[in-house]
Design a protein around this ligand. Structure first.
Ligand SMILES: CC(C)(COP(=O)(O)OP(=O)(O)OC[C@H]1O[C@@H](n2cnc3c(N)ncnc32)[C@H](O)[C@@H]1OP(=O)(O)O)[C@@H](O)C(=O)NCCC(=O)NCCS
Length: 174
């Protein structure tokens, strides 16, 4: 296995249909405690309303990120939800999640998305630290948000230098 310094060897690319199996299986592995995420992931993938990125080492997929991509007619605020971020268990804790998150933010900004929001389990301290470190602010909690009953924390981040520079900006309201 590569050392942490080999993170430079991590490649990110848009997901292809042949990656669906990897994303569904990894979702089952890491999200099953929250509910039937294998099926939920399948339906997100089928919807055609999600953008996914794959992180890989030497062509082998090790992580993915997924965000919603709704048509602007039904999304006038131009915001997207980060629906999932997952790293294979044997590579967690080496910074891959952070790399993929930043790549997803770049992709979102290139798509003129103004902000990202997400839910993560209240007790998922690793994920909460990752999002906080990357500039996501906690906006509130949602009781029994997950199918298995866990509470979630709702976080968001505004994207793009322009919006951040606006004097007196009140930030995004969601
Ligand atoms: C949450 C998850 C995506 C985070 O991915 P990751 O690659 O492990 O996360 P990070 O990039 O933040 O790294 C995590 C830890 O590794 C540490 N780390 C070690 N070496 C590092 C390096 N070279 N660079 C950056 N971080 C490093 C970080 O400091 C961090 O530790 P901390 O949280 O104690 O501060 C991953 O753990 C995962 O897939 N979990 C299961 C699914 C899940 O919960 N997803 C989130 C909800 S959608």
């Amino acid at each position: 296995m590569e050392s942490i310094d080999d993170r430079a060897a991590l490649r990110t690319r848009p997901a292809e249909p042949s990656d669906d199996h990897f994303m569904i299986q990894l979702s089952r592995e890491v999200f099953h405690i929250y509910g039937p995420y294998e099926r939920i992931m399948e339906s997100w993938l089928k919807s055609g309303l999600a953008e996914c990125l794959i992180g890989s080492f030497r062509e082998k997929a090790v992580a993915f990120a997924m965000m919603s991509n709704l048509p602007f007619e039904v999304n006038p605020a131009h915001v997207s939800e980060l629906l999932a971020l997952a790293v294979v268990p044997e590579r967690q804790g080496t910074g891959i999640g952070g790399i993929l998150l930043k790549e997803m933010e770049k992709k979102a900004a290139a798509m003129n998305i103004k902000g990202l929001f997400l839910h993560t389990a209240l007790d998922n301290t690793v994920a909460r630290r990752l999002f906080k470190r990357n500039g996501y602010q906690a906006r509130g909690t949602k009781r029994s948000y997950y199918p298995a009953g866990q509470d979630a924390i709702f976080m968001s981040k505004q994207l793009g230098a322009k919006a951040m520079e606006t004097p007196g900006s009140q930030g995004m309201k969601w």
